[in-house]
Design a protein around this ligand. Structure first.
Ligand SMILES: NC(=O)c1ccc[n+]([C@@H]2O[C@H](COP(=O)([O-])OP(=O)(O)OC[C@H]3O[C@@H](n4cnc5c(N)ncnc54)[C@H](O)[C@@H]3O)[C@@H](O)[C@H]2O)c1
Length: 470
């Protein structure tokens, strides 16, 4: 029988007496105002807040609204309202907290959703069970950590962090607080990627020691946004006064605290190193995640980056990540992933019995696997990779994890390890070196140029934002 949920007009807080705290806050964090996570009973809705009302925030929010077990009770963004979000000029949609509140209330047919400027208000609100972090990358660590410490379950968009140290801290806090954490690597919910990873894991390609990963190039302007570099005062949609500072947050400000459309307009922040990691992290987060899944190194990582070549870092002072790049990620058993913006977008695994290519909605089967059927042919003793409940998307998988307090598709550590591999490649680019040796156990570089590279593991937080005090 389908459970019936009634929308609650006011978000509700249920204390420890009425609901079991299954996660348990094992951390020494409790003393510092940390709260244990709440796991609602199956008959209760999960109150969710969207932090970051932009392009992906809309996508995640729509999926959460569709899940009758979740209720979007708050939306948060320093932007009021703007119709400039999306991948093409034609497809631009609404964003900002006022627009999102209106969209949620229209869906629920009532006044159920609050619009909030500052995410710390969301973190502090005990009636909110879970947050969806869909801000630009420079905010992920601080928002996620602030919310986890207050007992909130977190769905955090990829790339999970802006730098390796942030990911280490996020993983520590996720483990210590016991919250459910899903990283937005939704490719794990697509059967073509799962089947591909199962073939590699189970040795269907024979000896498979190599793959090619194609990511987009970093050229700009992208998605029809104009390349407008004239510094100006922040637009009026950052309102009330001060919300522009809340957009920039821990990222170092540009001279005169200027707003520069080419790097501050929706989505464009990806190409500037203060707010994003370029295409190596933007898409590497997806495909390196699948690589790690296929190799079974999800809680470890490569031992080296080699053969790094790119346009020089910072040749363009604003869009400073290289547009063209290629490098190898080398793993402890000698497996080599060649990554480049010159390969087709996706992963091509090469084995002694044959090769295959996988991309979104595409799985090119080698002849000998043409008739392979997962349900029939994957033997009980073979590795079966994680599959969400039937028909559940990545967001609903997150909701399952909250109710059931069980592992889900992409936990914090998995997301951290996937993106660490991309960050260490970006560090080669920043230093202008062809190779770096990485110790995945210590999460430090060693060997030539290690000192300079280790300095770059911490991206730094500016303007008074402190990851240890959030
Ligand atoms: N999983 C995927 O396939 C996928 C696809 C696209 C984007 N993403 C990820 O989603 C995230 C958002 O990307 P986007 O393309 O939607 O960017 P966007 O620029 O369209 O939206 C980001 C929104 O966050 C807001 N924001 C900035 N600072 C904030 C703060 N302190 N509090 C609340 N909101 C704040 C911005 O004002 C903006 O409205 C990124 O991490 C991106 O990598 C994932």
């Amino acid at each position: 029988m389908k459970r019936q949920f009634e929308l609650s007009r006011r978000a509700f807080f249920i204390g420890a007496g009425s609901t079991a705290f299954l996660g348990g806050c094992k951390c020494g964090l409790l003393g510092s105002g940390c709260r244990p996570p709440r796991r609602p009973k199956p008959s209760e809705r999960i109150n969710v807040a969207i932090v970051g009302c932009g392009t992906m925030g809309r996508g995640n929010m729509e999926m959460l609204i569709r899940d009758p077990r979740a209720q979007v009770v708050a939306v948060c963004d320093p932007v009021t309202e703007l119709k400039d979000y999306g991948y093409s000029r034609k497809g631009r949609g609404l964003g900002g907290r006022i627009a999102f509140r209106r969209i949620v209330n229209e869906r629920y047919k009532g006044d159920f959703c609050r619009a909030v400027v500052d995410f710390r208000e969301i973190a502090d609100d005990p009636s909110i069970d879970a947050v969806c972090v869909t801000t630009p990358d420079h905010w992920h660590a601080l928002v996620a950590i602030a919310c986890m410490k207050k007992g909130k379950h977190v769905y955090c968009q990829k790339p999970m962090s802006l730098g390796v140290s942030e990911g280490i801290e996020m993983t520590r806090v996720a483990k210590e607080t016991g919250v459910t954490f899903q990283v937005g690597s939704q490719q794990r919910n697509a059967s073509e990627f799962r089947v591909a990873a199962e073939w590699v894991r189970n040795g269907y390609l024979g000896d498979c020691m190599e793959c090619e990963i194609g990511l987009p190039g970093g050229s700009f302007p992208m998605w029809d946004y104009p390349d407008d570099r004239t510094p100006r005062k922040a637009p009026a949609y950052f309102s009330p006064d001060g919300t522009w500072d809340l957009w920039q947050g821990p990222a170092a400000h540009h001279p005169d605290n200027a707003f520069i459309p080419s790097i501050h307009a929706p989505m464009c922040w990806r190409f500037n190193s203060r707010t994003g990691g370029g295409m190596i992290t933007d898409w590497g987060a997806h495909h390196v995640d699948i690589l790690h899944w296929a190799l079974g190194v999800e809680r470890s990582g490569p031992v080296a980056v080699e053969n790094f070549k790119s346009d020089p870092f910072g040749a363009d002072p604003l869009l400073d990540w290289a547009g063209n790049y290629s490098f190898d990620l080398v793993y402890a058993n000698g497996f080599r992933a060649h990554v480049s913006n010159r390969f087709p977008n996706g992963l091509k695994f090469k084995g002694s019995k044959g090769d295959f290519f996988v991309a979104r909605k595409k799985l090119d089967r080698p002849e000998f696997l043409r008739k392979w059927n997962e349900k029939r042919d994957l033997g009980p003793s073979e590795t079966h990779l994680y599959k969400s409940a039937e028909g559940h998307c990545h967001e609903s998988d997150f909701i399952d994890g909250i109710y059931e307090n069980r592992p889900i598709a992409t936990d914090c550590e998995i997301g951290h390890r996937s993106i660490s591999a991309c960050h260490i490649a970006n560090i080669c680019e920043r230093l202008g070196v062809a190779s770096l040796k990485w110790d995945p156990a210590a999460e430090r570089f060693h060997g030539a140029n290690a000192d300079a590279a280790n300095e770059l593991l911490d991206v730094g937080h500016f303007n008074g934002w402190d990851i240890d005090r959030i």
